[in-house]
Design a protein around this ligand. Structure first.
Ligand SMILES: [Zn+2]
Length: 136
């Protein structure tokens, strides 16, 4: 029997759903490092400009567009090479992310991290809502 209230997470590699104990949502370390480095440099430039002129600098759109976008949370099966990805920065086993309760609990936990805003967790939350709405 299919439990229609359980969240489904798909593998970025094979696109198929990931069963409990067979995979995780992950954030990659190299993408996180690239994002954090670029934004730290951007923030440093903004502070330097403010200190030098006393006026906050207007950031051109092209400059913002050139900054790395938020790091994506992606699902991956163990059988599709999860354990051979060398730069997993953070992972959430999909079996611990099946209900609204789980999502709220993980969100509270992740909000304690300094890096959550560097990720697209808000997209994950929208995916969760869309899944629940599609089944109600
Ligand atoms: Zn897979």
């Amino acid at each position: 029997m299919t439990d229609t209230k359980r969240l489904v997470w798909n593998c970025e590699h094979c696109k198929k759903p990931i069963a409990d104990d067979e995979g995780a949502l992950i954030i990659r370390g190299r993408e996180m490092a690239k994002h954090e480095k670029a934004w730290a440099e951007h923030d440093r430039q903004q502070r330097a400009e403010l200190e030098a002129t006393g006026i906050p600098r207007m950031v051109p759109v092209h400059e913002l567009m050139a900054l790395p976008s938020r790091v994506e949370w992606r699902g991956r099966h163990v059988g599709c090479g999860l354990n051979s990805i060398g730069d997993v920065y953070y992972d959430i086993p999909v079996g611990s992310l099946r209900t609204y309760f789980h999502v709220v609990d993980w969100t509270a936990h992740l909000m304690e991290k300094g890096w959550l805003e560097s990720t697209d967790w808000q997209r994950v939350l929208r995916d969760v809502t869309a899944q629940m709405e599609a089944r109600s």
